[in-house]
Design a binder for this molecule. Structure first.
Ligand code: SAM
Length: 251
């Protein structure tokens, strides 16, 4: 069981993504828990203020430190979590999220996630409250909620039992170090377009070989950078050399 504790000013944004498909099933099965905490509940003024003007001037507003500290402290105390529980700030300035990070996070029992809004959070939150900062890519979103949902989705599907063996993540792109091979389903001939014969042959060794080679071909075409850090067999290397020679001849 993994528990995500999310601090946000828009808990309602999580309703639909969490109530459908794999993540909904995982929660019902007790494999994943997502606890949403409204940051405004940790304010003490009439207007439940969570933001204020930036010191030094400039555009936009900054998320105040007090509700965020109180919110995280509340979660840690009420859930009996260690003060070193991974506490992640979603920010475009963080380390870039990828499948390796998702795999590491899926080993945790609890994880606190802070969703920023406005111009971002007071620097003291970054320095003294959070233990990790994650970005989901080099672009700027209006808030950390969608980014948090991306992280929750990618991490949750790696928790044993969340994804059935039929939909096993083991062959997914980035898990194997390669992009996944092309996929086909029925009908075998669709509007004159045929699925590869080998996939219909029932010959498992040949199918596995085809899938490996097509994954290598696709990765070479689209993400050659990935081949530099992937474990490759002598057969893989021979096939890639052939593909590169083919390309040179075609150029
Ligand atoms: N002014 C900030 C900056 O330049 O770094 C960006 C603030 S953004 C408008 C508001 C919030 O959205 C951020 O505090 C963060 O929580 C979230 N956010 C935006 N882009 C993100 C990304 N690529 N990854 C993760 N969180 C992001």
């Amino acid at each position: 069981m993994m528990r995500f504790h999310v601090l946000t000013i828009f808990p309602g944004m999580f309703d639909s993504p969490l109530s459908l498909s794999i993540i909904a099933r995982a929660q019902k099965q007790g494999l994943v828990e997502v606890n949403l905490h409204n940051i405004r509940d940790f304010t003490h003024d009439r207007h439940n203020t969570v933001d204020d003007y930036p010191f030094g001037g400039g555009p936009g507003m900054v998320m105040k430190p007090d509700p965020l500290f109180e919110g995280v402290e509340h979660v840690r105390e009420s859930e009996s979590l260690d003060e070193n529980v991974p506490t992640v700030l979603m920010t475009p300035q963080g380390r870039q999220f990828n499948q390796r990070i998702a795999e590491d996070l899926s080993d945790l029992s609890d994880m606190v996630i802070i969703c920023g809004r406005y111009e971002g959070v007071d620097e003291r939150v970054r320095q003294n409250l959070v233990t990790d900062e994650i970005s989901i890519g080099d672009y700027v979103l209006g808030g950390g909620e969608l980014a948090a949902m991306v992280v929750i989705d990618a991490v949750a599907r790696l928790i044993p039992g969340v994804v059935g063996s039929a939909e096993s993540p083991a062959n997914d792109s980035h898990t194997t170090g390669l992009l996944q091979h092309p996929l086909y389903t029925r009908p075998s001939v669709f509007r004159g377009m045929e699925a590869p014969d080998v996939l219909l042959s029932g010959h498992h060794a040949e199918i596995t070989k085809w899938q490996r080679w097509e994954a290598l071909r696709r990765t070479l075409e689209r993400r050659p950078d990935m081949l530099e850090s992937t474990e490759l067999s002598p057969d893989d290397r021979r096939f890639l050399d052939e593909l590169r020679d083919e390309r040179e001849r075609d150029d």
